[in-house]
Ligand binder design. Structure first.
Ligand code: PRT
Ligand code: ZN
Length: 285
């Protein structure tokens, strides 16, 4: 039977979440020792473990059919792959940063400056589209130390919390791009592989939907039932069951996690009691 091959990062910032995502999508691996390849026991899938930089080219060449990689890697070079799903983890931004003692008012600042980066493609396009002439100095790691040792005036690098910049005496002055992990696919997959990809995407979407939704149960006084139902409308409409105690009902519904804190006070004001919020494992809508 046809199998689909997915390349994920062997070790690094995306590897654990990439594996967790597949696991939560119900994919069990036979040999999970992560040497180079593992096979799923219950889904037509093989996993290749690679360096993140090698993933897009492998997918373009169909060494792998799919890959999980940061958008920053895809943006840097023009790979012939399709982005099929955003995955919501590995979020970061690509920013220009300069010494915190320097004054900064606009991107014009970078005219005539030397900028160290591992992303010359993205930076070059940004500078060109803004009519800025700067000298790009490509280095492959520890970009943030370049200004301190006199190698460059500025850097263009990945930032997430910003603490690396702070500890190197730098400040972020322009955000050029945002990135998160995405699933990419080869552009010439066979129909059989496209069918497997559809199944895989359906599973991943169910996991993603479940992550942002919570199951809520509460006891509501019947005189405020309508109002409470209006606040937590659920997927179709909430389940309402009478409690053994007269005048009270149990209400079950689904809500977005980020809405919960906004409506909790309203629910309490309406006399809701015994509120339980429970994670959902899979959600199909
Ligand atoms: O070995 P391999 O080549 O596979 O891994 P790698 O070392 O090239 O990549 P890795 O594991 O560091 O990152 C993989 C992917 O994670 C990147 O391509 C991004 O898509 C994403 N990602 C998310 C990040 C960060 N956040 C991040 N903070 N990648 C790198 N960083 C680094 C950044 O380069 C800087 O040095 O973290 C530092 C900044 O972090 P803060 O939190 O101090 O701002
Ligand atoms: Zn890498």
């Amino acid at each position: 039977m046809e199998k689909i091959k997915i390349a994920i990062q062997k070790s690094g910032r995306l590897s654990e979440q990439s594996q967790d995502l597949l696991k939560e999508a119900g994919i069990a691996l036979i040999n999970g020792d992560r040497r180079l390849i593992s096979t799923a026991s219950n889904f037509p899938l093989e996993i290749l473990y690679l360096r993140d930089d090698d993933i897009p080219q492998c997918v373009a060449d169909q060494v792998a059919d799919l890959g999980i990689v940061g958008q920053n890697v895809i943006m840097e070079k023009d790979y012939a792959v399709d982005t099929v799903l955003k995955l919501g983890f590995g979020k970061c931004r690509l920013s220009l940063a300069i010494s915190r003692n320097e004054e900064y008012d606009s991107p014009e600042y970078f005219n005539g400056k030397k900028i160290a980066t591992s992303y010359p493609g993205i930076l070059g396009r940004y500078l060109e589209s803004n009519g800025i002439k700067a000298d790009i100095h490509e280095i492959s790691g520890s970009v943030e130390i370049a200004p301190g040792i006199g190698l460059a005036d500025a850097i263009f690098d990945i930032v997430s919390s910003g603490s690396t910049l702070v500890s190197n005496g730098l400040k972020e002055v322009e955000v050029i791009a945002k990135s998160e992990a995405v699933m990419v696919a080869n552009q010439n997959l066979s129909q059989a592989k496209l069918d497997i990809l559809d199944k895989l995407m359906f599973r991943i979407r169910s996991v993603q939907t479940a992550r942002i939704n919570k199951y809520i149960l509460l006891n509501a006084p019947n005189h405020n039932l309508e109002e409470i139902i209006r606040i937590i409308p659920g997927m179709k409409s909430p389940t309402v069951m009478p409690l053994a105690e007269p005048g009270w009902s149990s209400v079950h519904s689904v809500l977005k996690e980020n809405e919960f804190w906004e409506i909790i006070d309203k629910l309490k004001d309406l006399g809701a009691q015994g509120i339980l919020v429970i994670p959902i494992e899979k959600m199909i809508i």
